[in-house]
Design a protein around this ligand. Structure first.
Ligand code: PLP
Length: 360
């Protein structure tokens, strides 16, 4: 089927990638053991350290974000993992742990609400866990969990590692892996970093590497010890997605030109722009007040509109939003405001939705 002309994506990943960044992938191929490659990886790493707020290890992995969810539990979980779940991606991580034969318990919190540090403390006090998994920004519900406060709780338990999924957070909101003492913080390329899908990126603490030494059956492809060894030479254990990395290199330069603070502020402005529209048009905000995501808004479909029909209307006009995730399919729809999206682009989208609503 021929592709439609450019449909601007306001779905929560993949998001639109600017043409200059897409074109950056079209450079001639290089060998992954060549000096040119080591140069490329060596250029990218310090910029990625700034994405995660770390002076420590950062790994570049050829997979989507779910691959690093798997890597993190395989390398870190010794006797039992506690998976915090307040949406579809927290649930996925819990299932990934179980699928890897890792003993795991879940802490379920109603979708749309944030997880409270006290809830975490109650479970850790049992002494049953050596690892916690949590999603920073729940893309399915538009909720940003209070990671700094949660990390403070985890640090009271010196044997517990904290693994954070920042898939739809990194590049859209501040992350301070060193200051908050996150043990693994992972993301993938196709969300707020505004790159094509296919790369997963993570920061990894010393404690994580120490733990990995004690964990058997880490597998081969995602073994952090192998990544660590190869990182010393600016290599990866297997052939990396070199073209995606040239795009990553160019995009991180562009992001640094914008400035991290300015980028985060733009994401917040876009969030408010969407919230104002939601309030003015008689819909609701699904995510809990005080914890709403700067990168994606889950709109409560209180007007019972036909989201599929709205999306057909939008597609015809060169744009697309997302329906609700899983059980929220009919109850919500989602507007992503992440990556390189501008106020102008969001304005055009919201005006077009208004035109649709006026025609009903
Ligand atoms: N975690 C979160 C928070 C996500 O939003 C997603 C995808 O939307 C994933 C994990 C899975 O990432 P990927 O699709 O890159 O495997």
């Amino acid at each position: 089927m021929p592709r439609d002309p450019h449909i601007r994506l306001f779905i929560p990943g993949p998001v639109d990638v600017r043409p200059g960044i897409l074109n950056a992938q079209a450079l001639p191929m290089i060998g992954h053991r060549s000096p040119e490659y080591a140069d490329l990886q060596g250029r990218i790493i310090p910029k990625l350290q700034r994405v995660f707020g770390t002076a420590g290890r950062v790994f570049i992995v050829t997979s989507s974000g779910s691959g690093l969810q798997e890597a993190a539990v395989r390398n870190c979980v010794g006797h039992r993992c506690l998976s915090l779940v307040n949406g579809a991606f927290g649930q996925r991580w819990y299932e990934v742990a179980l699928a890897n034969s890792k003993p795991a318990h879940d802490l379920q919190v109603p979708w749309g609400t944030a997880i409270r540090p006290e809830q975490l403390d109650d479970r850790l006090r049992t002494g049953n866990y050596d690892t916690v998994t949590v999603v920073f920004n729940e893309t399915s519900t538009g909720v940003l969990n209070p990671i700094p406060e949660m990390a403070e709780v985890v640090r009271r338990y010196p044997d517990v590692l904290l693994l954070v999924d920042a898939v739809s957070a990194a590049g859209g909101t501040d992350i301070r892996a060193d200051e908050w003492q996150l043990d693994v913080c992972l993301t993938s390329s196709q969300k707020a970093l505004a790159l094509p899908p296919g790369l997963a990126l993570c920061s990894v603490s010393d404690r994580t590497i120490e733990r990995a030494h004690t964990v058997p059956c880490r597998g081969w492809y995602f073994d952090f010890l192998k990544y660590d060894k190869h990182a010393a030479k600016n290599h990866t254990p297997a052939t990396p997605a070199i073209s995606l990395m040239t795009a990553l290199d160019a995009q991180l330069d562009a992001i640094e030109d914008e400035g991290w603070k300015a980028r985060f502020a733009r994401h917040r402005r876009l969030m408010h722009q969407v919230h104002d529209w939601v309030n003015d048009s008689g819909f609701g905000l699904f995510g809990e007040a005080g914890y709403r995501s700067p990168t994606v808004t889950a709109v409560e479909n209180t007007r019972n509109i036909d989201v599929a029909a709205l999306n057909a209307y939008l597609r015809h006009r060169g744009m697309l939003i997302s329906d609700g995730y899983g059980p929220l399919k009919e109850k919500t729809f989602r507007i992503a405001h992440m990556g390189d999206t501008t106020e102008e682009a969001i304005s055009v989208l919201l005006q077009t939705i208004d035109s649709y609503l006026a025609e009903q």
